[in-house]
Design a protein around this ligand. Structure first.
Ligand code: FAD
Length: 333
């Protein structure tokens, strides 16, 4: 099923969430994750799950294997991340074909890491020896998927509430710099936007408002799903915020700094911090439906606490016949 069809089917004002997983390296890791996924899908009932793609196709087989487990074995609506630079076109074709064969209807179309060549950095273009000149930016992949598959896939793209930086832009790029490209990318046939992780809710509010009010009209109704990182440990948090350029507001940092020697307390404070972020975003959802995407890092506990605290877990779908049996007065006894 398409993610956007599922969002449309939700009642007005509803909240929903998705969970992100990456393919483990070993078969033992796969077995453990599969058990965890079974538990999580039953207990938490995400609207959909996403499976990451190693830049350059480094995890292609494993990503597709994990996506198959999610989509086919667990019956979860699954969205496959797919990057397009530093990767042969045939690998992109194979991934899209395989996704279709597995019954997947959702792709998160990404650029992936920029090519690391010196020429690229200096001249802002791909070096000649790059094997894949078809894809430079994520928009090229969006257009390609639309050309090859029409409306079969629901396509999501990435956006960066606090700007973006990478090898191709040694200087950190602001949201203002990114915006024209995001407009173009969205207009190329995108169905939803998913954001980089952040903790600074004010920066996020501003980002969403800038998008919604944008004169192009490109973002008026499109689902924009904020990306959130459950805090698993102080070290991971510091590393990830540095890599993603997500600011940790001073008050949050102070609360986490105060307990940084105690892993259990870091998790507890981290859950509270995320609860506050979720509640803030719920309040500022406007008339639309508010979604949340959680970067789970394949871990279960912390995200489960946040979802429970914030009442994001939907009621189980009750089989009507079973319900009828359970609620029928015991007239036959
Ligand atoms: P693009 O949309 O191509 O944009 C990249 C940058 O280039 C932006 O700063 C943009 O403003 C600029 N730009 C765009 N077009 C042009 C142009 N024509 N001229 C000049 N500048 C331009 N990476 C992985 O490897 N695997 C994953 O599974 C993965 N999942 C992700 C999930 C989410 C939700 C997010 C937010 C990121 C994910 N990434 C993943 C990281 C992503 O691949 C990197 O951040 C990458 O550097 C940029 O990808 P993009 O799709 O945003 O690129």
């Amino acid at each position: 099923e398409k993610v956007t069809d599922k969002i449309k089917a939700l009642p007005d004002g509803a909240n929903y969430f998705s969970l992100e997983f990456f393919p483990p390296k070993t078969s033992m890791g796969f077995a453990n994750l599969q058990t965890r996924l079974e538990r999580m899908s039953q207990a938490l009932r995400p609207l959909f799950v996403t499976v990451t793609w190693g830049a350059g196709g480094s995890t292609a087989t494993k990503s597709l294997e994990l996506a198959e487990i999610c989509q086919r074995q667990l019956g979860l609506t699954t969205c496959l991340h797919l990057t397009c630079t530093n990767m042969s076109r045939s690998l992109i074709d194979e991934a899209l074909e395989q996704a279709k064969v597995l019954g997947m209807r959702n792709i998160l179309a990404l650029r992936g890491d920029a090519p690391r060549s010196k020429e690229y950095r200096e001249e802002g273009q791909l070096p000649e020896e790059d094997s894949n000149n078809d894809f430079t930016w994520a928009i090229d992949l969006v257009r390609y998927i639309r050309r090859q598959y029409g409306d079969y896939f629901c396509i999501g793209v990435a956006a960066y509430p606090e700007g973006h930086s990478d090898e191709s832009h040694p200087e950190h790029q602001s949201l203002e710099h990114d915006l024209p490209y995001l407009v173009e990318k969205t207009k190329a046939g995108v169905d939803f936007i998913m954001t980089q992780l952040f903790f600074d809710v004010e920066a996020y509010d501003k980002f969403e408002k800038v998008l919604r009010d944008h004169e192009s009209g490109a973002f008026k109704t499109i689902p924009i799903i904020p990306g959130l990182l459950p805090i698993q440990s102080y070290q991971i948090l510091r590393r990830v915020t540095k890599l993603s350029h997500a600011k940790l507001p001073a008050d949050m940092l102070a609360r986490l700094d105060a307990v940084k020697g105690d892993d259990e307390l870091v998790k507890q404070v981290g859950v509270k911090v995320l609860d506050e972020v979720v509640e803030h975003l719920k309040r500022n959802a406007g008339p639309g439906k508010r979604g949340f995407h959680f970067y789970t890092l394949n871990l279960e506990k912390v995200v489960s606490h946040i979802l429970e605290d914030c009442h994001l877990i939907p009621q189980p779908l009750v089989d009507e016949d079973e319900e009828a049996i359970e609620t029928t007065p015991a007239i036959n006894i």
